[in-house]
Design a binder for this molecule. Structure first.
Ligand code: 9YT
Length: 131
């Protein structure tokens, strides 16, 4: 069995920090679960273009506020604690932080290897490339 604490990821190579978000990647491909499992905090007032062409992601909002907008149809969804969204069609979207830090728990399938950040098109590389 694997038991970890997110506190042990903070400040390590598995905590990715960008201008718009910080992601603490607690379970990764190396853990052999078939998915990766992260805590992400989106900084207030930021806007991130995301298009996970190589992954499926589900997101559970636990704290804060924000918004997601799907680019194909311009639909906007308010993000608040309890909201879950799943990018089941690799949906290209804008992720916006609100007034308070937006804390979410996310799952990626296939799992991230650890150091992925969005490229200029909002994509994370496929796991084989990232390994
Ligand atoms: C919700 C979302 O996709 N935020 C960007 C970071 C991502 N959650 C990650 O953990 O790499």
């Amino acid at each position: 069995m694997i038991v970890k604490n997110v506190k042990d990821v903070i400040g390590t190579e598995y905590e990715m920090r960008t201008d718009n978000w910080v992601s603490r990647r607690v379970l990764l491909k190396k853990d052999g679960m078939g998915f990766s499992f992260h805590e992400t905090v989106i900084r207030p007032g930021t806007q991130t273009h995301i298009h996970y062409k190589n992954h499926l992601e589900a997101v559970w909002v636990v704290e804060g506020d924000g918004e997601i907008e799907t680019i194909a149809d311009g639909k906007k969804y308010k993000l608040e604690p309890g909201v879950v969204y799943a990018l089941d069609e690799h949906d290209e979207h804008w992720l916006r932080g609100g007034k308070e830090p937006l804390r979410v728990i996310c799952v990626f399938n296939p799992p991230l290897t650890g150091d992925e950040v969005h490229d200029e098109k909002g994509v994370y590389p496929a796991a084989a490339d990232a390994a």
